[in-house]
Unconditional design. Structure first.
Length: 116
């Protein structure tokens, strides 16, 4: 059974930092591409950052220079370090692990709220 579980969300003031974690079990984590998405109220889910199985990273323009995605395959864990947070970063953040279109798993989400 595959499980993907996020943690680390919370309430932070503008300019602050948070680190999100995502642990995946039941898969060969190292071969999966992994991503962080977010969804703000009334908006579509959007890609925030991704890292391939080979370590290639990609970021949304809105978070470049502020967020860093990383993975620790030995722990089946991925991270999203978020610095210089802004109120517009407020959203539910979701972890996604994907190998193929069928082998594509989502976590339940973790709320990040940035106060101004």
């Amino acid at each position: 059974q595959v499980q993907v579980v996020e943690s680390g969300g919370g309430l932070v003031q503008s300019g602050g930092s948070l680190r999100l974690s995502c642990v995946a079990s039941g898969i060969t984590f190292s071969i999966y591409d992994i991503s962080w998405y977010r969804q703000a109220p009334g908006k579509q889910r959007e890609l925030v950052a991704s890292i391939t199985s080979g370590g290639v990273t990609n970021y949304a323009d809105s978070v470049k220079g502020r967020f860093t995605i990383s993975r620790e395959n030995a722990k089946n864990t991925m991270y999203l370090q978020m610095n210089s947070l802004k109120p517009e970063d407020t959203a539910v953040y979701y972890c996604n692990t994907k190998w193929t279109a069928r082998l594509n798993y989502w976590g339940q989400g973790t709320q990040v709220t940035v106060s101004s």
